[in-house]
Design a protein around this ligand. Structure first.
Ligand code: ADP
Ligand code: MG
Length: 313
């Protein structure tokens, strides 16, 4: 994987000119607004009165991938998403310009203090928007443009389970990943492969719809937009749900609201916990930032679901 320059000072220097060339207007002000795991996002105020968001990506080519994902996802949900304004790359940076979404991402602790009613209305709006994607069915599972797998299990095993477990085993050999965690993930994999039944149709998923990628108005908690897709593929819809539990997503009842709106498969809680734990651990294999706290929480959730399942099976 080739990494690009995401140094804030460097970006502050080059992004105004890149933006001006593409949008044919002056950048009056450029300020860092967030990101870190996969990119850095800046707010640019333009002399034509518009405000846009400029994202510089850590991984070469990721700007094009995200632009394609945004364009498809935006077409299939009534929730607002950033409109792609331009993509640009040179030897040093990979950049995407997009429209600015008002509000704050919902990791903002201010949202934890909203009323139950506001949280419920928020959760319903998020799930409604998500269900619109999940109602778009494809022919096969996998890659957005070129899906080739006939079953989800085949896709998931080949593209996720096998490479991730192999990578984690190598890390563990070198003392860089806990043996205990690897054991839990390996045992959970055996259970998953035993109980997974193919019933799902391939549907369009966002792939990274956690509360950092959901925007809302700080005062009213009204949903203002979905941003930042990653891993947008044709999948079993349940694969899109572990992100709803990530961080403090469940304080807003997102996963529970989905379950109420759409009946999930048997053992879905275990499957979703498994997807989440394996995904978080896979962050150690490159790409994103490693968050040991989230990883521990995900492994604990998985352990609990395994306990519950043992009682059932
Ligand atoms: N189009 C946008 N409009 C307004 N804010 C944005 C936009 N895109 C990103 N942000 C802000 O920047 C943060 C990081 O952006 P994001 O695309 O999620 O980066 P990463 O890929 O590193 O997670 C978001 O959580 C959000 O607060
Ligand atoms: Mg994000």
């Amino acid at each position: 994987m080739e990494l690009m320059n995401v140094d804030n000072k460097y970006l502050q220097r080059v992004l105004p000119e890149i933006t001006e060339t593409h949008l044919k207007t002056k950048v009056l002000k450029l300020g860092f607004i967030g990101g870190g795991s996969f990119g850095k996002v800046f707010k640019a105020e333009l002399s034509d009165g518009n405000t846009v968001a400029i994202k510089a990506f850590r991984e070469k080519g990721a700007h094009r991938e995200e632009a394609e994902q945004l364009e498809i996802l935006a077409k299939h949900t009534s929730v607002k998403m950033p409109e792609v304004l331009f993509v640009y790359e040179d030897e040093k940076v990979a950049v995407m310009g997009m429209s600015f979404i008002e509000g704050s991402n919902t990791l903002n602790p201010a949202f934890l203090f909203k009323s139950r009613k506001q949280k419920q209305a928020f959760a319903r709006a998020v799930i409604q928007g998500m269900l619109e994607w999940h109602s778009i069915t494809g022919e096969k599972f996998g890659d957005l443009k070129n899906p080739v797998y006939n079953t989800w299990a085949e896709y998931y095993r080949r593209e996720k389970q096998e490479p991730i477990l192999k990578g984690l085993a190598d890390l563990s050999e070198k003392g860089k990943f806990s043996r205990r965690k690897l054991e839990i993930l390996t045992e959970a994999t055996e259970i998953f492969n035993r109980i997974y039944e193919e019933t799902a149709a391939p549907v369009l998923i966002h792939g990274d719809l956690n509360i950092m990628n959901i925007m809302a108005d700080v005062k009213t908690m009204k949903l203002t937009g979905f941003i930042d897709p990653k891993g947008t593929i044709w999948a079993d819809r349940e694969y899109d749900l572990f992100q709803l539990l990530n961080m403090w997503g469940n304080s807003f009842g997102l996963y529970e609201t989905y379950k109420k709106a759409y009946p999930l498969s048997e053992y879905a809680d275990f499957k979703v916990a498994y997807y989440g734990a394996l995904h978080e651990a896979s962050m150690r294999l490159g790409g994103g930032l490693i968050m040991p706290l989230w990883e521990d929480l995900d492994i604990n959730r998985l352990k609990n679901e395994m306990k519950k399942l043992r009682r059932l099976l």
